[in-house]
Structure formats: structure tokens, C-alpha cells
Design a protein around this ligand. Structure first.
Ligand code: HEC
Length: 118
């Protein structure tokens, strides 16, 4: 391969890498937080709740998060209270402050989107 060809290839590669980094949305702490909440939900909540907007296979004892998000009574505060109190049917999950905030941010992000299922 000729030297110029190597240079052109290298320039192209760098160009592509640059384009990819520009195309990616800028680091958004709120979005990172929400994605973290989703990750936690996939680990700790998914066996009892439908956590996303799409269908999820299985039987779920808890309400879908989409439905929770769209209940008029649901706010960051109400979710905080719920997740910090004891329940008969839902186990108390020991989430630290940041994990709880992230999960709440995730649930609230489902608000207003998609059909609220009964
Ligand atoms: C072992 C099953 C189980 C797991 C695991 C579980 N839940 Fe639940 N959850 C339930 C049940 C059952 C209910 C409905 C009964 C109730 O309200 O206590 C419920 C209700 C809820 C509600 C509804 C509150 C409302 O206002 O009606 C929220 C919010 C919730 N869960 C969040 C979570 C989150 C977040 C996680 C994971 C970090 C999680 N749950 C994990 C069983 C579970």
C-alpha cells in the first residue's frame, strides 16, 4: 500500500471517529441517571413489573411501570414514599439514595407516553 493511501485511510478513520463522537448525544447527566434507573429496574424490578413500554413475557404481580407513571397521583415524592415504606405484597428493596432516585427518574420518564393500560 502506498504511503498516501495509508494517509488517506488514516484520515478517513479519524474522520469517521470524529463524526461518530459528534453524532452521539452530548453527555447528559439526567439521561445517564435515567438509564441507570432502567438498568436497576432490569435487575431488581423486572420479575414483578413490566418495566418498559413494550410487551414483556411472563406473569407480573405488580403494576406495569407505565401504568404507575401515568397515574395522576404519581410524583417523584409519592414514589419516594412508596419505595421507602414497607409493603405487604412488594418486598422492601434496599436501594441506596442514588439508586432510588435513578429508578424514580426512570419510572417518571414513562409518564405521558404510550397507552396507559388498565
Ligand atoms: C417480588 C415482587 C416485586 C418486586 C421485585 C418489585 N415489586 Fe414493585 N410491586 C409489587 C407488587 C405486588 C405491587 C403492588 C402492591 C403494592 O402496591 O404494594 C408493587 C407495586 C409497586 C409500585 C406501585 C406504587 C403505587 O403507587 O401503586 C411501584 C412504584 C413499584 N412497585 C416499584 C418497584 C420498583 C422500583 C422495583 C425495583 C426496584 C420493584 N417495584 C420491585 C411487587 C414487586
Amino acid at each position: 500500500m502506498s504511503r498516501t493511501r495509508v494517509h488517506v485511510l488514516r484520515a478517513l478513520t479519524i474522520g469517521c471517529l470524529l463524526a461518530a463522537s459528534i453524532a452521539r448525544p452530548a453527555a447528559d447527566p439526567a439521561e445517564d441517571h435515567r438509564v441507570r434507573g432502567w438498568t436497576i429496574a432490569t435487575q431488581l424490578c423486572i420479575q414483578c413489573h413490566v418495566i418498559g413500554r413494550g410487551p414483556q413475557a411472563g406473569e407480573f404481580v405488580g403494576p406495569a411501570f407505565l401504568r404507575v407513571a401515568n397515574m395522576p397521583s404519581t410524583t417523584g415524592m409519592s414514589l419516594n414514599v412508596f419505595l421507602q415504606s414497607h409493603h405487604q405484597r412488594m418486598p422492601s428493596l434496599r436501594l441506596d439514595r442514588d439508586e432510588m432516585d435513578a429508578v424514580i427518574a426512570y419510572i417518571l420518564s414513562l409518564k405521558g407516553t404510550g397507552p396507559a393500560r388498565p
